[in-house]
Write a protein that binds this ligand. Structure first.
Ligand code: BJW
Length: 219
């Protein structure tokens, strides 16, 4: 099985901003204010404004040919798709079993009872949990200092994978940034498809826009 890890570069050509490129989200926003539990506690309105705008952008965005190619790779070759992206564009391209390790923008989580449900178009700091009633509702995304989802499943998949491929990620955020080293430790080939070399230790790389490199590699 081929293990594919994707990041923001996969969705860049669908019109969604990356984080660390020139003009990226972390050059416009202070990540401690919009991507940490402490930021949410301090100013929930500011953080929800950030996610409400990104949810609207993602809803209006269309999956691109790179998302579609990865969905085909899942269907035809049983690839295991892990994404750091919260935009759900791989799912909307037809992929069936995407592991959203940093959560998803279209879901809401209750911090008190753990209930999850579909996000409304606009979240409000005064929203209550439909299940337990607590005013502890938040976007179902993984902020700095929080545990990403599915790490056991990811470790199992990496240990049985025949190849590791990273698509459109800078490899700066752990634990995802460490997967390439885990792949080396497991003795499998590693390939990077990115706009430019990320600096990670890959055996091979193909560089250019994801809408060109990903379909060319898959097909
Ligand atoms: C294109 C393209 C095109 C552009 N085509 N390519 C010190 C050392 C080690 C770790 C830490 C440390 N200090 C703190 C930590 C931990 C911290 C961390 O890693 N910090 C680093 C910044 C140092 N990590 C965490 O806190 C994580 N949790 C954790 O560690 O829990 C404890 C734990 C313990 C033990 C085991 C396991 C865990 C949680 C991290 C949560 C990250 N959250 C965010 C926000 C999510 C919600 C949201 O979207 O708002 O996730 S931050 C942001 O970065 C987002 C992304 O998923 C993530 C990765 O970004 P990505 O996708 O790589 O985007 P970019 O912009 O960085 O790169 C884009 C790439 O695409 C570039 O390379 C471009 O060239 C390329 N590109 N256009 C192809 N058209």
């Amino acid at each position: 099985m081929i293990f594919v890890l994707s990041g923001a570069g996969l969705s860049a050509e669908s019109g969604l901003g990356t984080f660390r490129d020139e003009g990226g989200l972390w050059t416009q926003y202070d990540l401690s204010e919009v991507a940490t539990p402490e930021g949410y506690a301090k100013n929930p309105t500011k953080l929800l404004d950030f996610y409400n705008a990104r949810r609207a952008n993602a809803a209006h965005a269309k999956p691109n040919v790179a998302h579609q190619a990865l969905a085909r790779l899942e269907a035809e070759a049983g690839a295991f798709l892990v994404t750091q992206n919260v935009d759900v564009l791989l799912d909307r391209a037809g992929a069936k079993s995407v592991l959203h390790m940093h959560g998803r923008l279209d879901r809401v989580l209750c911090n008190k009872c753990g209930a999850r449900w579909d996000a409304p178009e606009v979240m409000d700091p005064f929203d209550h949990c439909g299940q337990c009633g607590a005013q502890a509702v938040r976007p179902d995304v993984v902020w700095f200092g929080e545990m990403p989802h599915g790490l056991d499943e990811i470790e199992d998949a990496l240990s049985s994978a025949e190849m590791f491929v990273a698509v459109g990620t800078s490899g700066t955020v752990y634990p995802a940034a460490g997967f390439v080293e885990a792949a080396h430790a497991n003795g499998i080939p590693t390939l990077e498809l990115n706009l430019e070399p990320s600096g990670g230790r890959f055996d091979d790389g193909r560089y250019g826009p994801a809408t060109e490199t990903v379909p060319a590699w898959v097909d």
